[in-house]
Design a protein around this ligand. Structure first.
Ligand code: IDP
Ligand code: MG
Length: 149
């Protein structure tokens, strides 16, 4: 079982797409174990996107992610990290496969709606950046046995 950090970025919130994006992950069968609406501070943005520091799009990325509220979530499931990334689609919506969130809802690489952790270590690091342990809920879902065996 894996956990992954997902962020509905400012464009997703502003465009009223929280429900659509959430619904795709929920219907897929992933389990929501943490969620909040928040503003990302400049400091938190730098820590979250530190790996991209020095790249030409970095300043613009920081301005974008701090420009308006976001919804941060932790989703749990088998292979949750890769599964979320495939449901998101590739970084550039123009190249993303139809049916993915980024392709269906976006057209611009700097307005690509959603973040998902890219590996087990980054997922753990990102989850702890955004959530205190007591904000995550361990719960049994009555439909679990109809989703996994
Ligand atoms: P990911 O979000 O698909 O994991 P990353 O390479 O981790 O993609 O980049 C983080 C974010 O930075 C992207 O989601 C996108 O918003 C932005 N970004 C990445 N590459 C570019 C680029 O070449 N031009 C402009 N923005 C970019
Ligand atoms: Mg990334």
């Amino acid at each position: 079982m894996e956990r992954t950090l997902v962020i509905i970025k400012p464009d997703g919130v502003q465009r009223g797409l929280i429900g659509d994006i959430l619904s795709r992950l929920e219907r897929r069968g992933l389990k929501l174990v943490g969620m909040k609406l928040m503003a990302i501070s400049d400091e938190l943005a730098h820590r979250h996107y530190g790996v991209h520091e020095g790249k030409p799009f970095f300043d613009s990325l920081i301005r974008y992610i701090t420009s308006a509220p976001v919804v941060v979530m932790v989703w749990e499931g088998p292979e949750a990290i890769a599964l979320v990334r495939r449901t998101m689609g590739t970084t550039n919506p123009q190249e993303a496969a139809p049916g993915t969130i980024r392709a269906d809802l976006g057209v611009d690489i700097e307005r690509n709606l959603i973040h998902g952790s890219d590996g087990v270590e980054t997922a753990q690091k990102e989850i702890s950046l955004f959530f205190a342990p007591e904000e995550l809920v361990d719960w049994e879902r009555s439909t679990d046995r109809w989703i996994t065996r």
